[in-house]
Design a protein around this ligand. Structure first.
Ligand code: ZN
Length: 599
């Protein structure tokens, strides 16, 4: 009895020592909890904080861990600058013309492959076990988790269409924003900090690591790069080479990668096939092309298990590091030349949005056998996939992408009136766009104005905004421009971004996101009985106007039936009519105004 007790005490203490040793070892290890668990679990954010510091301690000459901002819940937003070149600051990288590759995980914090794959790739590369020498040619900027607060909203069922890890973070931020719609409007502190990081480091390529939603099939990853369909012509050639290089590397490692997002043309209907598209700049790969830099959207397939997805994401990061090591210096040069070309775009026609044509071709796609049968639950057709029975689907792919909205840039730039200067100026600074502020008071200027002929507001709140879509054209007018107005020249490296923010019809312009909605709200009005008198006075004074009114009644039955429109016909011609109603406050000029100071 005694012996047994002594023995079990000895065994117990041996276990305790071993457990302590294992824990101590982990405290110094560069492995993630995910790796220790065989990629069943993923760690909490405190692990990111610890690993960030530990990578720097283990590799002080190659790694710098730093905080680039705070979240709304006051968590540190962390990045690791990693290079063998010694250039671990933005200034050093810029001075020595070293390409910067920014790899960002967890913009949707439930899709957390990028964090665990990034730490794994980083350790292997630093230890010379993968992609030897790549850190001699570049700076890797690794942001393990972008949506940090979302990452700490941790739970088991945050991703119902995804296999693992056991628990994960949440899609949106603590303020319930989707950061993956934020690149242009940048309402959130998180995105403002990210844009500041980007402005400082000017990465050649920005890699945004996600996991898909959607159907079940065999292909395991998509890699979408811009410029490929849009942006500077020479950069599109380089972007295509970057994309195809990564696709080839992944195929060699057994993946079946696709260059388009794998969601069906018709939801839930595999036979409807796929439609490729050019992204709007609310998304990272649509945004970075406007800065003449590469945006890379990586989506692993949510139905592959977590170990598989982390391995494929790790392969993608290693491939990107290799591609940039091989071609980054030349691509960086192309990007600098694209900046110079962009600084000559004033007066040229530029596409602001793209569309996919109806032209399609049939592709063989590795799907699974499936059935579509009536559902007594939904009352509609339901789809069931049989993952044990691979099946080649022959389905249409539409991938011919052409410019949709094209607008000619002003010959000089945009003028932002003083009343809107604070709001617009803040956005311009967040995006690193150059502008000047008007010092002296000016009289009237020949400008172009945009008077909306139609305005359609979004029916419901979207990302905290009420969106607006306008129709109309720029037209010449003389208007008073006062001190405090901002002048934003088109001729600067970010010319495309300037137009995307300030052209009223651009899909993610400030106007489109609802920043100017008050310009389209009527605030003063004429009582009907006053309007009746005004109409009669105008009819009596102007026989030509009276004839025009009668003609309109005869030609336009909708107008004739609408008492309010009939009265407004005259109110619009009265001195009390608000000439600013539906006038977009931002103007365009063909000649750079004088009297501005640089900001
Ligand atoms: Zn996502």
């Amino acid at each position: 009895m005694l012996r047994r007790a002594l023995l079990s005490a000895a065994v117990f203490s041996l276990f305790a020592v071993n457990a302590h040793a294992a824990r101590d070892m982990r405290l110094f290890s560069l492995k993630t909890q995910a790796e220790y668990s065989g990629f069943k679990n993923t760690g909490r954010y405190e692990e990111v904080e610890a690993l960030c510091r530990r990578f720097e301690e283990h590799h002080p000459k190659q790694v710098r861990c730093f905080e680039y901002g705070r979240t709304p819940e006051n968590r540190p937003m962390l990045a690791l600058a990693v290079s063998n070149t010694g250039a671990l600051t933005p200034d050093a990288a810029k001075r020595r013309k070293i390409p910067v590759l920014l790899v960002q995980g967890g913009i949707h914090a439930g899709e957390i492959d990028g964090k665990d794959a990034g730490f794994l790739a980083l350790r292997e590369v630093l230890e010379g076990k993968a992609a030897a020498g790549v850190l001699d040619k570049q700076v890797l900027l690794f942001v393990p988790v972008f949506n940090v607060d979302g990452h700490e909203r941790f739970g088991a069922w945050n991703r119902p269409n995804q296999r693992g890890p056991v628990e994960m973070g949440w899609r949106s931020t603590a303020q319930n924003y989707n950061l993956n719609r934020e690149y242009m409007k940048a309402d959130t502190p998180e995105m403002q900090h990210m844009l500041a990081l980007v402005n400082a480091w000017d990465p050649l390529a920005y890699v945004d690591l996600h996991v898909t939603d959607g159907a079940q099939f065999e292909p395991d990853i998509s890699i979408q790069v811009e410029p490929v369909h849009a942006g500077d012509a020479a950069l599109r050639v380089a972007g295509t080479a970057l994309r195809d290089g990564v696709l080839a590397d992944l195929a060699k490692q057994g993946s079946d990668p696709k260059p388009f997002y794998m969601s069906f043309a018709e939801e839930d209907n595999p036979q409807s096939g796929f439609v490729d598209s050019a992204p709007n700049p609310r998304f990272s790969h649509g945004y970075f092309l406007l800065r003449n830099r590469f945006g890379v959207l990586v989506e692993t397939h949510s139905w592959k298990d977590y170990p598989t997805r982390v391995r494929i994401t790790r392969n993608t990061i290693v491939s990107l590091l290799s591609q940039v090591a091989q071609h980054g210096a030349a691509w960086r040069q192309t990007a600098m030349e694209a900046d110079l070309r962009a600084a000559q775009l004033a007066g040229s026609a530029l596409p602001l949005s793209y569309k996919t044509t109806e032209k399609s071709r049939m592709i063989a796609f590795r799907g699974y056998a499936y059935t579509r049968t009536p559902s007594e639950v939904s009352g509609a057709l339901m789809t069931r996939y049989d993952e044990k029975t691979p099946q080649i689907w022959t389905v249409p792919l539409r991938d011919e992408i052409v410019p949709d909205l094209q607008v000619t840039a002003p010959k000089a730039g945009y003028l932002v009136p003083r009343a809107q200067a604070a709001m617009v100026g803040a956005k311009l600074r967040q995006h690193g766009i150059a502008y000047k502020e008007m010092r002296s008071i000016f009289a009237r200027q020949n400008v172009e104005v945009f008077r909306a002929t139609a305005v359609k507001f979004g029916a419901q709140s979207f990302e905290g905004r009420q969106t607006a879509a306008v129709q109309g054209e720029w037209q010449k007018e003389e208007r008073l421009v006062d001190a405090g107005a901002l002048y934003v020249p088109v001729n600067q490296p970010k010319a495309r971004l300037v137009m995307a923010l300030l052209e009223p019809r651009a899909p993610d312009s400030l106007l489109a996101w609802g920043s100017f909605n008050t310009a389209f709200e009527r605030k003063e009005y004429m009582e009907d009985y006053v309007a009746e008198d005004v109409a009669r006075a105008q009819l009596a004074a102007d026989p030509a106007l009276a004839a025009q009114f009668r003609q309109k009644l005869a030609d336009e039955p909708e107008f004739a039936k609408n008492p309010r429109a009939r009265l407004e016909f005259f109110a619009r011609r009265h001195a009390s009519w608000d000439e600013r109603l539906n006038l977009y406050p931002v103007m365009r000029v063909d000649v750079a105004p004088v009297g501005f100071m640089d900001l």
